[in-house]
Design a protein around this ligand. Structure first.
Ligand code: C5P
Length: 267
């Protein structure tokens, strides 16, 4: 984690895989899990705190980040976040804030006070909402001398398809165009990066440049089932496309042997 003062384009916690040129590697030699530990985020989508803590214990040598989402947070709250932090891992608080700017600003402040390393907001909440998240977070990090987390914008959920956009939501245009527009808006608002499907990583990378962080769920190794995820890629494909961090849940946490599963992500 980095202090507010240290934070700059180069100093943020994301960027490992991309900056270290894992992208473009073709022989898989450099894709060993030990090399990409910091590019792996395990989604702790499980109902019980004790199971989550146990998973952190057994996986912390293999993954740099652990994602606490709605399921765990709504039940166990900041105490569990604290307990996970004491294990020395980085935390991505995935609560996808989407509300009026003032409310999201206050949620951002609360997130900084939990000392998480990343949290996110929905880009569809608009420019002012995202700007308020950044301003609120910066202000409190500075005032209370807390680490400034990376703030990410959720673009379009990886469970959505072009059909659901066009036919259910009646949104015009392609997913590609919309995701890039959302990413550019997030960048304009001062966010550090976005959460997007691996299929969109290349478009976002060319629209937003090398220093913009891309965190991608929708990751399915060839040996895993896709579940409800629709826009998926393998871990190697996502990193090669330019993702900084891959988020993996069910293929690892529901495996009989989660350590073996995480070790096979880049196999
Ligand atoms: O189990 P699986 O690997 O599909 O888990 C993906 C995780 O990433 C889930 O926790 C889900 O909430 C999260 N996520 C996502 N798509 C987004 C943002 C977050 O799947 N756009």
């Amino acid at each position: 984690m980095h202090s507010h003062a240290e934070r700059g384009n180069e100093g943020t916690i994301l960027g490992y895989a991309h900056k270290n040129n894992y992208r473009g590697s073709t022989n898989g030699e450099r894709m060993k899990t030990s090399h990409v530990k910091h590019a792996i985020c395990i989604a702790l989508d499980i109902p019980h705190d004790k199971t989550a803590l146990k998973l952190v214990d057994i996986l912390k040598d293999h993954a740099g980040f652990f994602k606490v989402g709605m399921q765990l947070f709504y039940q166990y709250g900041p105490d569990l976040v604290d307990e996970i932090r004491t294990k020395g891992v980085k935390i991505f608080l995935d609560l996808k804030y989407h509300d009026i700017p003032n409310t999201v600003r206050n949620a951002a402040i609360a997130s900084v006070r939990m000392n998480v390393d990343m949290f996110n907001v929905h880009t569809s909440g608009g420019l002012a909402m995202m700007q308020q998240a950044v301003e609120g977070a910066k202000e409190i990090a500075y005032k209370e001398n807390r680490p400034m987390p990376d703030i990410l914008g959720v673009t379009i959920l990886t469970s959505m398809t072009q059909k659901s956009l066009t036919q259910e939501l009646n949104w015009p245009g392609s997913i590609q165009t919309r995701v890039c527009e959302m990413a550019l808006l997030a960048q304009k608002a001062g966010l550090d990066g976005v959460v997007a499907s691996p299929l969109e990583v290349q478009w976002i990378r060319s629209a937003c440049g090398d220093d913009f962080k891309i965190v991608t769920p929708g990751i399915r190794p060839i040996w895993a089932v896709s579940n409800d995820q629709k826009r998926v890629m393998t871990p190697i494909q996502a990193i090669e496309a330019g993702a900084n961090i891959i988020v993996v849940g069910r293929p690892v946490i529901q495996a009989d042997d989660p350590v073996a599963a995480v070790s096979r992500l880049f196999a």
